[in-house]
Design a protein around this ligand. Structure first.
Ligand SMILES: C[S@@+](CC[C@H](N)C(=O)[O-])C[C@H]1O[C@@H](n2cnc3c(N)ncnc32)[C@H](O)[C@@H]1O
Length: 339
């Protein structure tokens, strides 16, 4: 289109010259009297009309070309837009397929599995709550405790393991009970010993602050004549008290244990697991020589892999021990020293 314009622009001076000559010719002929002035004017008019018709034709041609160009461009753009929309729709359809597959997986597999798991854990925790409630009620009624007792479960021992301890106290009437890790249970064991009519509890506590709190609890229940809370910070363990995994893990300072004799029951509920792997292992090697014949060790939290493993090591190192696994809330393994 632009080359045509250029060509026309180049031809314009020649066309102008021809036009001028064409207009001048009738005038010159008129001047020399070769044609009349009317014929000269007619010739010029016809000439101008011809020029106007040519101009109109050229204008129409240019208009047609422009329309053609416009329609081509509209067609091209429409094609591009359609193609873009087409791709978008394809991508949308693909992503919708993905969403549909995920919704199907959710509906058919994940959701039923989640509902099943939630229901199962709801049923399990309902049963667990009921069992702990029963054990709590039995303990309260049997031990004739104060109206407001330190709460159990959570960080403290659960009612079901305390019920096991109370039964052993009732059966064996131990002269001395040792507890590793003081707290609410120290009070409950104190009530059990008071009901048994004999025996003392020494509760070993590594944390000075909790030792103080446990002492205050014991005093609030007027059990200080039965329960003694001893602070024994965690220190490196003498080589003979730990082997294998627990060798590098600190345990209660054994200075706090030297005067203990005739221990009939040991409740192992500390040190906390965060102290290190198999942190409770030294309890048996440290206390066995202070124990009476037929002494019993109750290991709480025995559902944990560490506690199971250290129990296995006790049995291997001390053939006089036998183990009974109790299905309590946190798992309780009862080790008895057989004569
Ligand atoms: C597994 S807990 C159990 C303590 C105790 N045998 C009982 O059942 O209540 C072990 C440690 O918890 C810490 N502890 C004691 N009283 C606590 C309390 N009121 N809140 C949080 N932790 C406490 C003590 O350091 C204790 O040695």
């Amino acid at each position: 289109m632009s080359s045509l314009k250029n060509r026309i622009r180049r031809l314009l001076p020649i066309v102008g010259l021809f036009g001028l000559a064409a207009v001048a010719t009738p005038v010159v002929l008129g001047v020399f009297g070769l044609v009349t002035w009317a014929e000269a004017v007619l010739a010029i008019t016809v000439l101008l009309l011809g020029v106007a018709v040519c101009g109109l034709g050229m204008g129409l041609r240019r208009l047609r070309l422009s329309v053609l160009e416009l329609s081509t461009s509209v067609r091209t753009q429409t094609g591009q837009v359609t193609e873009l929309f087409g791709q978008d729709r394809l991508e949308l359809a693909r992503s919708l397929d993905g969403v549909r597959a995920e919704v199907k997986e959710l509906r058919d597999t994940a959701l039923p599995r989640a509902v099943h798991n939630i229901t199962r854990s709801g049923v399990r925790s309902g049963r667990e709550d009921y069992e702990q409630q029963v054990a709590w009620t039995e303990l309260r009624e049997y031990l004739d405790v104060a109206p407001f007792m330190p709460p159990l479960r959570g960080w403290a021992a659960s009612p079901d393991v305390l019920r096991i301890l109370v039964r052993i106290i009732d059966r064996d009437r131990p002269e001395l009970v040792v507890e590793c890790g003081s707290g609410a249970s120290s009070v409950w064991i104190g009530y059990a010993l008071r009901k048994a009519g004999a025996g003392r509890l020494v509760a070993i506590e590594h944390d000075a602050r909790y030792a103080e709190l446990s002492r205050a609890l014991v005093a609030a229940h007027s059990l200080a004549d039965i329960v003694e809370v001893r602070h024994a910070p965690l220190t490196p363990v003498p080589a003979e008290l730990a082997d294998g995994v627990s060798a590098e893990v600190p345990w209660y300072d054994t200075e706090a244990l030297t005067d203990l004799k005739g221990v009939g029951l040991v409740f192992i509920d500390g040190p906390p697991a965060a102290t290190g792997p198999e942190a409770r292992y030294p309890a048996v090697p440290a206390l066995l020589s202070s124990c009476a014949e037929g002494a019993v060790f109750v290991l709480d939290d025995a559902d944990r892999l560490d506690e199971r493993a250290l129990g296995d090591r006790w049995l291997a190192a001390h053939p006089e021990l036998t183990r009974v696994e109790e299905a309590t809330e946190k798992g309780a393994h009862v080790f008895t020293r057989t004569p």
